[in-house]
Design a protein around this ligand. Structure first.
Ligand SMILES: Nc1ncnc2c1ncn2[C@@H]1O[C@H](COP(=O)(O)OP(=O)(O)OP(=O)(O)O)[C@@H](O)[C@H]1O
Length: 250
């Protein structure tokens, strides 16, 4: 699904990603952890195609296709979803209408007609019930006055509606409380499937008790310095990151 090879990226001539290698297969959930400032969010944004980052050496392949020349929108149409990519408030545009537009834009890019209204309503009903989202919430203006938890709910709803091939959830600095943690975890678990892959960026071992990842990677100073299974997250909880920094320096 996704293959990142020796990826380097910088902003304002400062190198942030210094040779990332990562392979994510369909059906897998990967967690990325690591100390503040190690490059986790940058990695997510570079995969999604955020233009402020300059990609140097290396490549990002999605289903064998190099993403380098593609805009963030084109990547989204290929099935890459990054949480909080568009956290804009749009007064007067409801959560539902925003979703309808996003889905039809994506269909258009794939040469498809708009989704018939009844099909769209059915999908909205199914996904909102699956994620226990209140009807009233769907008619609210997008992100306007949303609490942190409501933003989270909206984001997971967007992911459920878009059915991305590769979803990247950057949870590192979103201040998740217990409820939001559960919203994210339930959403991810319900959307896990053999044809899609999910990358969760988190500081919380707790989140990984709910979403059991297949692999855990630790990013430090722009490189993945350790990969393992969910036990690695437990080890990090217990020992912190210093031992890995020391190992990485050797
Ligand atoms: N647009 C930018 N301009 C300048 N520096 C940036 C920019 N984006 C990121 N950086 C720098 O790159 C480094 C990595 O940041 P990044 O947000 O990727 O880290 P992170 O691992 O997600 O951190 P955290 O756990 O604190 O969220 C930091 O030193 C940060 O200051």
């Amino acid at each position: 699904m996704l293959e990142i090879k020796n990826l380097h990226a910088s902003v304002d001539d400062k190198e942030i990603l210094k040779g990332i290698n990562l392979k994510v297969n369909a059906g897998e959930v990967h967690a990325i952890m690591g100390p503040n400032g190690s490059g986790k969010s940058t990695l997510a944004e570079v995969i999604a195609g955020q233009e402020e980052f300059e990609v140097g050496e290396g490549s990002i392949l999605m289903e064998g296709e190099d993403l380098e020349e593609l805009s963030p929108e084109e990547r989204a149409h290929k099935g890459v979803f990054l949480s909080f990519q568009y956290p804009v408030e749009i007064p007067g545009v409801s959560v539902t209408n925003f979703m309808k537009t996003a889905i039809n834009e994506s269909r258009k890019a794939q040469g498809l007609e708009d989704m018939p209204a009844n099909e769209m309503l059915k999908k909205i009903r199914e996904k909102s019930e699956m994620l226990e989202i209140d009807r009233k919430f769907l008619s609210r203006s997008l992100n306007e006055g949303f609490s942190g938890g409501e933003k989270k709910r909206n984001e997971i709803f967007q992911m459920a509606m878009m059915e991305p091939k590769l979803a990247i959830l950057d949870e590192t600095d979103s201040g998740l409380d217990i409820d939001a943690l559960r919203i994210v975890a339930n959403g991810v678990n319900k959307l896990r499937g053999k044809d899609n892959a999910i990358i969760v960026i988190t500081h919380y071992q707790r989140l990984l008790e709910y979403i059991v990842p297949d692999f855990v990677h630790v990013l430090h100073n722009g490189k993945i310095v350790k990969s393992g299974t969910k036990e690695l997250a437990l080890e990090l909880e217990e020992k912190g990151y210093d031992w890995l920094k020391e190992e990485a320096a050797v």
